[in-house]
Ligand binder design. Structure first.
Ligand code: AMP
Length: 214
């Protein structure tokens, strides 16, 4: 399985990718996670990416493409992968196509997770994460039992800098202007699969597996 996940921030791409990976044993490659790790470790890439990320803007294509060229050559990708958050622009999609030719691989599908903007704002502005184990909560829909403390591991709960409402709105504007053109890009070559991502995560998984024929 070689699949890319497209959709606005907060569409549940990461959540669904984790479930599909668990079932099918493919690699889960989240560009957002790789970038956040680089920011945390203050690597040259992290230092360059940080300002863009905190403003809800896209990190420049050349940095992302170079990062993905290395990542897709790693051995865990041999058995298939889900690309979560890449490509996010048409130039990135073109670079991915070129890389797939170079690696003699084929992309099976691009899955579009459809969800409206207000649902995204509601989901992301309430999203909270555990600093230690990465567990995901929601301030209203799925709060921790004790405020600020992870139910699973007792770690500290925090809100991502880019999950503040003003930044979320900016990320949505960026999505509609820079990432949404990928919908036509993949539709025109017959590789687009569409999934309604507004429901519960279990319902979305059922729809997703059906679309993937998995
Ligand atoms: P995510 O966790 O996927 O929402 O990504 C968080 C942030 O990382 C985005 O708002 C961008 O600033 C950056 N980012 C992640 N993936 C990409 C990409 N493919 N191209 C450019 N920037 C990206």
């Amino acid at each position: 399985m070689r699949v890319i996940f497209i959709g606005p921030p907060g569409a549940g791409k990461g959540t669904q990718a984790a479930k599909v990976v668990e079932r099918h044993g493919v690699a889960h490659i989240s560009t957002g996670d790789i970038l956040r790790e680089n920011v945390k470790r203050k690597t040259p890439l992290g230092l360059k990416a940080k300002e863009f990320m905190n403003a809800g803007r896209l990190v420049p294509d050349e940095l992302i493409v170079a990062m993905m060229k290395d990542r897709l050559r790693e051995s865990d990708c041999a058995g298939g992968f889900i690309l979560d958050g890449f490509p996010r622009t048409v130039p990135q999609a073109q670079a991915l196509d070129a890389l797939m030719v170079e690696l003699d691989l084929e992309l099976d599908a691009a899955v579009l997770f459809q969800v409206d903007d207000e649902t995204v704002v509601e989901r992301l502005s309430g999203r909270r994460l555990c600093r230690k184990c990465g567990a995901i909560y929601h301030a209203v829909f799925h709060p921790t039992a004790a405020e600020g403390v992870c139910d699973a591991c007792g770690g500290e709960i925090y809100q991502r800098d880019d999950d503040k409402e003003a930044v979320i709105r900016n990320r949505l504007t960026v999505y509609h202007s820079q990432t949404a053109p990928l919908i036509d890009y993949y539709r025109s070559c017959g590789r687009l699969l569409e999934v309604d991502a507004a429901g519960s995560s279990d319902a979305v998984l059922v729809a997703l597996e059906k679309r993937l024929g998995a």
